[in-house]
Structure formats: C-alpha cells, structure tokens
Design a protein around this ligand. Structure first.
Ligand SMILES: NC(=O)c1ccc[n+]([C@@H]2O[C@H](COP(=O)([O-])OP(=O)(O)OC[C@H]3O[C@@H](n4cnc5c(N)ncnc54)[C@H](OP(=O)(O)O)[C@@H]3O)[C@@H](O)[C@H]2O)c1
Length: 291
C-alpha cells in the first residue's frame, strides 16, 4: 500500500484499533511493533518512505506505569526519544503528526478537570517520559498535535496492548474474584472508538498544538469498577481501598480528569461519558451481560 492517507504507530493497541475502525475505506494502515519499532530510527524512517502517508498518528507507548519506575531507559526510548525521531522524520517529509499522551502528566492537586492551559507536574517515570515526548513532538513542527487522553478502554487486536482496567475488572467479576479498587484516584474513562472518531476530526481540521480528548465523566477507579461489577451482577465481590493501602511502585495523581478549552475549534461534540461508552463496549465483548 503506498500513498495511504493515514499511518498509525501502535495501531494494534486499544487506541490504535479505535482509530483504524473508524475508517472503512482501507486508507489507514495500522502498524505493530514488528512492522515498525519506534525505538529503531532507521525502521521509522523506512516505514514513512514506504507508505508515504499524509498524516501519522502515534499511539505506540510503553505504559506499564509501575514497571516504568525501574525501566527508565525503555520508558524514555519509547515514550520520548521515539516520538522525537518520528516527529523529526515526519517534518522532513511534510507529514503532520498527531501524538497521544496522558492525563498522568498532571500532579492531581486540582478538584476540577484539567484543561490544556493547566501546568503539568508529572509524578512518575512514565509521566515524565510522556511529558518529554509531548515536548519533542510539539517542538518538531508547528502543525503537529499532542492529544492527552485518560484511562482508555477499547478492543486491541488479540495479543497486542495491555488489557484495559475495565476488561480486567469484568474478568474478575465473571470469574468470581473478590476485588479491592482505589476510590481516591479520579480519571476520565475514554472509549477508544469515540477517541478514534475525534482524532480523525482533528486530523482533518487545520488545528495544531495541545488538545485534551477524554470521556465526559470524572469518576474514581472504584466507581468505574462498581459499574462493571454491577453489569456482571457481582457487586458483592467489590470493595473500596485507598492508594496508600493498595501500595503501588509508581505515584499516580489523585485527580487527573480532563476537560478541553479547544473543542469548539474542532467542531465536534464532546466525548460521551462512561455509562454510554461502557454499555457499547460490553455489548460487543459480552452481549450476554447487556439486558
Ligand atoms: N490505556 C490508558 O489507560 C491510557 C490512558 C491515558 C493515555 N493513554 C495514551 O494512549 C495511547 C495509546 O495507549 P493504548 O491504551 O492504546 O495502549 P495499548 O493498548 O497498550 O497499545 C500500545 C501499543 O504500542 C505498541 N508499542 C509498544 N512498544 C512499541 C515500540 N517500541 N514500537 C512500536 N510500537 C510499540 C504496542 O504494539 P504491539 O502490540 O505490536 O507490541 C501496543 O499495541 C498512549 O500514548 C498512552 O499514553 C492511554
């Protein structure tokens, strides 16, 4: 395939598949790590030359947040330097780059959703590596976009990506495992299909710079799990815990829900909230649970 419209790095993961599924005419190509390793500059450049896209979306990431604390080199190679190389290679070929980033760049001191003008304050190696990646992409070209999103859930290709929290919770509910979930970290769960549609709208606009794109409901991880366990009819298995009690290697923001000051520039509706997205996600993966 040459002269394709869009090329998606990390295209087999949840966000990548959410993007690819929005375009049915075969003009968007999803790349796995095997196709193009973001840590291999020559492979990245050769891939751009081979497919000659007009827009590239980078959804590739190294994001086991706790592991990143010790895998410093890999975190920065894939989340910062790789996007930097990709951005420079795109700029040299006149290709626009849209790069995905994370709500975890924020420190979590706010009690209301973070907008594009709020100051990041990353708490973990993962978050620092993602923030560095944002700077690399935005510095490479004034036409590039960085899109921060939050707690994505969707359908990766089998064997690819990290299973989303919602699917892990569903699995535990169905297999009858008692589960404790933190109730003191608030996020904006984002359905990958909705994110994909919004990203294409952005790609087709002439807008550039930093955007927030996340689901319209601010909820704690416990409140997310509560909805999932209710779907499975096993709320009895679920209990609350705290971040301190749960104890993780990496610090996470207590509050990282997102909002946007820039939606009106793209001309689309804000993304739906969790109840809408969760119903659609479960209807596909577990139709027997939807009544
Ligand atoms: N998931 C969340 O909760 C969440 C929250 C906020 C922001 N985000 C952001 O959303 C974006 C997409 O995340 P996601 O949830 O879709 O992740 P995902 O489902 O885990 O998919 C990530 C993909 O990255 C690819 N990848 C990993 N290392 C690579 C490398 N060296 N070269 C090329 N590809 C590589 C993997 O490809 P293979 O499968 O081929 O190995 C994988 O499919 C990321 O920028 C992330 O920071 C995600």
């Amino acid at each position: 395939m040459t002269g394709c419209r869009g090329l998606v790095f990390g295209g087999m993961g949840q966000a990548g598949q959410g993007l690819v599924r929005q375009v049915e005419d075969g003009t968007v190509l999803a790349l796995s790590r095997e196709h193009a390793d973001l840590a291999d500059a020559n492979a990245v450049k050769a891939t751009l030359d081979k497919y000659d896209p007009t827009v590239v979306v980078n959804a590739a990431v190294f994001h086991p947040v706790d592991l990143c604390e010790t895998e410093f080199r890999q975190s920065f190679a894939i989340n910062s330097l790789g996007p930097g190389v990709l951005a420079a290679a795109c700029e040299r070929r006149d290709i626009r780059l849209i790069h995905l980033s994370t709500d975890y760049v924020f420190g979590g001191d706010q009690q209301t959703p973070y907008s594009e003008s709020d100051c990041p304050c990353p708490l973990s190696v993962y978050a620092r590596s993602k923030l560095a990646g944002e700077h690399m992409v935005l510095a490479a070209s004034p036409r590039n976009c960085v899109v921060r999103t939050s707690s994505v859930y969707g359908r990766a290709m089998p064997g690819h990506g990290i299973p989303p929290f919602i699917d892990r919770m569903l699995q535990r509910a169905i297999s009858g495992e008692a589960t404790r979930v933190v109730d003191d970290q608030v996020v904006s769960p984002t359905y990958a299909e909705d994110l994909g549609a919004a990203l294409w709208a952005l790609a087709e606009s002439d807008r550039a710079g930093l955007f927030h794109m996340a689901g319209g409901t601010a909820v704690s991880w416990y409140e997310v799990a509560e909805r999932v366990f209710s779907f499975a009819g096993r709320l009895d298995l679920l209990s609350r815990t705290t971040t301190e009690e749960f104890g993780s290697a990496a610090a996470r923001p207590a509050y990282s829900a997102l909002c946007s000051e820039r939606w009106n520039e793209i001309g689309i509706d804000p993304l739906p909230g969790i109840d809408d997205g969760l119903e659609r996600h479960i209807a596909i993966g577990h139709p027997e649970l939807n009544n």
